[in-house]
Each structure stands twice: as C-alpha cells, then as structure tokens.
Write a protein that binds this ligand. Sequence first.
Ligand code: MN3
Length: 254
Amino acid sequence: MPSRRDALKSLALGAGALIVGRVGDARAHLAPAPDATPAAAPAPMPAPAGPFTLPALSYAFDALEPHLDAQTMQIHHDKHHAAYVANLNKAVVGKPELASRTVESLLRGLESLPADVRTAVRNHGGGHANHTLLWTSLARDGAHAPKGELAGAIDRSFGSFSQFQDQFNAAAMGVFGSGWAWLAASPKGALSLLATPNQDTPLSQGLVPLLGIDVWEHAYYLKFQNRRAEYVAAFAKVVDWDAISARFAEASKG
Ligand code: MN3
C-alpha cells in the first residue's frame, strides 16, 4: 500500500490512472493543473455485439444525392439505426429464446413476447426492421414505377400509380409527430396504405410492409428543416420500384 505522499507523487508524475481507485481522497485535495487532462469517465459496459447486426448500405452515403443528402444518410444509418440495433441486443440479453429469432418474427408476435421486453422490441426491434427495409427500398437509378404483379395491383387498388403516389405522400404528410407511412400487403396480396407512430411496423398488424417512408425529423431535418413536403417529394425520386415489386412478388407467394 503506497503512502499518501507516494500516491500524490505518482499522480504528479502522471501515473495516477494506475492507482486512482485507492487515492480518491487524495485527488480531492489536489488543485487541478490548468492544463490537466480530465480523468477519463469509467468505460460503460460494452453493448452486446449481437445477435442483431447493423446491415451495411449497398451504396455510398452520397448515392442518393441531391435528393437525400449524404450527411443525413450517414447519421441516419450509422447513429440512429445503429442505436436501434444496440438497444435491441441489450433487450434480449439472457433471453436465448428471443435472441435466436429474426426481428421480423419478434415483431409479428409482439403480443406473445414477455411483458418485460415487449416495449423494447416494439421500439428498437421496430426501428431495426423498419430501417433495414428502408435502405433496401432506395436506389439512385432504380425503376421509377412498379412492375409486374405490383403494377396491376396498384392500379386496381388506387386507380393509377400517380394516384397511389399522391395518396402515399398525403399519408406521409399526415403523420403527426414521429412515425412512418406505408404501402403494405395483406397475406392475400391486398394492398393498403397506413401510417404508424414511432417505430411501429405493419408486421405487428399481420401485414407485409412493401415501402415505408420515415418521417421522423432525423430523416430529413438537416437538409429540409421543417419542409416535410419537400422531403416527401425528394424521397419519391429515389424509391427503387424494382425492389418494391420484388418484395410484393415474394409476399404474394404466401
Ligand atoms: Mn429513422
């Protein structure tokens, strides 16, 4: 056990980190030098690295410029989506029966989840699933209109693709606060438009989400500030209708 004098000397020599746990009282009496480096905060418990992981984008952050800007894409993916993944992983620590399932499976069966994790899975699992779907719905040079089965289904349900787009945009504008607007399919292939608050997903209503627009302010505020209508119009320009059409074909297989 070093003496108090030795401890102070060690601190003065910059070796304080080695003994800081034993000389807290001594440190309290030391006037910090003007250029002293602040003591490092204790390292937080590292977030579990799995089982859920942040999927990499298949395109560069600036790939959707000028419609969706690179800085927003990077923060949205690397910070916001990453946080949903990290918090979902925390929620399933010690619950292997949940950790072994897909996030979509968890969200389809929200009501059957243990009460102590239901809200965390709803919010963070929803955030993970919704953003994963979002990134794979966008492309710089994607198809500008639906194809195949989806093209016919949209015409039958909404009158035309143009009328669908107007109604989808109106749904996005109508979300109060943070949430999403969706084009979704029933298990029988019937299309519907809906909006969900927060990170709620059509999966929890027994529907298959085909296309979702994120109208949380974090999705557009850096570039568009309060001009949500401009963001909604820009978003429509980068939807990859090949991807959405393929998703509908998959959903229609049952
Ligand atoms: Mn988001």
